[in-house]
Design a protein around this ligand. Structure first.
Ligand SMILES: Nc1nc2c(c(=O)[nH]1)N[C@H]1C(S)=C(S)[C@@H](COP(=O)(O)O)O[C@H]1N2
Ligand SMILES: [Mo]
Length: 311
């Protein structure tokens, strides 16, 4: 088993937790937040700030997708429905201060500052495949740690059967929320056991640096065995609920997007096949793997379920 939990990692492997801020970023940060230099040093607010990470589990030998593709070919409907608007427009998002509300069926609801969350566990680099429902894929070195770390802090009760995630709602900073393309704010969800799975991470960075805004700064979810749209960006709320959440995509097109959204080459999207994918940067399509190649890790979550009905 390749899984290493933060608690299994020897303290000698762990450089002081949190972030390394270069002098340039330190000064830029101080100027931009208008706060003291000390406050700026503790605040890794800006894309490009280096993060202290250790190598995490679930690696892959596949070629990494170049940074320029990961940051210039995005889905972030809050900034438009084409792939290039997020890079052009998401600069408007203010990622500090930023809070994440943890609420619902749990013993310890709390509103966290995102920097407090970042310091809860060692930041790991995890190279995961991302498979978009539209048929393209990338291989991305994300920085984060298991979502389970934060869930455990909240002490969910037995009524917590699902976790609902919500993106920021602020048309001033997310101009395409003025359109009706989706019902805003963007909402996603996982079943509790999915959310606790060691593959599911809270993500703060990629390629060893703080997330660019267009990739969902300052905090997002990555669930690599599901289509990319489950990996919700710019998260402001985590809510423990008893019934299955209605996600933004289910509301928009319930016949096309189900709650589970597991990558599944044998279940087509009603308008196109899911059997193949185009790895960004490659010419020939490759076969899509069950659960995006993470079957060994996650298939047990779905034993006995009809994945054609629960798509
Ligand atoms: N809030 C929000 N999260 C979102 C989306 C979105 O439009 N809004 N798009 C999703 C889709 S469809 C994909 S494929 C991934 C893309 O992530 P990336 O741009 O970092 O590659 O983000 C997902 N998370
Ligand atoms: Mo997607």
């Amino acid at each position: 088993m390749l899984i290493r939990r933060a608690s299994d990692i020897a303290s000698s492997e762990i450089t002081p937790q949190g972030v390394y801020v270069s002098r340039r970023d330190f000064i830029a940060g101080a100027a931009a937040v208008g706060g003291s230099l000390l406050a700026a040093a503790a605040v890794p607010a800006f894309a490009g700030t280096k993060l202290n990470t250790v190598k995490g589990p679930f690696g892959t030998d596949e070629k990494l997708t170049p940074l320029k593709d990961i940051t210039n070919y995005n889905n972030f409907y809050e900034y438009g429905t084409d792939k290039y608007s997020p890079a052009a427009k998401a600069g408007a998002l203010r990622t500090r201060p930023w809070t994440v509300k943890v609420e619902g069926h749990c013993k310890k609801p709390k509103t966290y500052d995102v920097d407090e969350i970042m310091r809860m566990a060692t930041l790991e680099e995890r190279v995961y495949r991302l498979r978009c429902v539209e048929g393209w894929s990338m291989v991305i070195p994300w920085t984060g740690f298991p979502l389970k770390v934060l869930i455990d802090r909240a002490e969910p009760t037995s009524k917590a059967k699902y976790v609902e995630f919500t993106t920021l709602l602020d048309p001033g900073q997310m101009p395409n929320q003025r359109s009706g393309v989706l019902e805003w704010p963007y909402v996603e969800g996982l079943r509790m056991d999915e959310a606790l799975h060691p593959l599911a991470i809270l993500c703060f960075g990629l390629y060893g640096e703080v997330l660019p805004n267009q990739n969902g700064a300052p905090i997002r979810i990555i669930a690599p065995w599901k289509y990319g749209f489950k990996s919700i960006k710019s998260l402001v709320k985590i809510r423990f609920v008893e019934t299955q959440p209605q996600t933004a995509w289910m509301k928009a097109a319930p016949n096309e997007y189900g709650f589970y959204s597991n990558v599944n080459p044998t279940v087509d999207h009603p308008r196109w096949s899911q059997a193949k994918e185009r790895r960004i940067g490659e010419f020939f399509k490759r076969s899509t793997l069950m659960f995006n190649g993470y079957a060994e890790q996650v298939q047990g979550l779905y034993s006995g379920m009809d994945l054609r009905k629960n798509f």
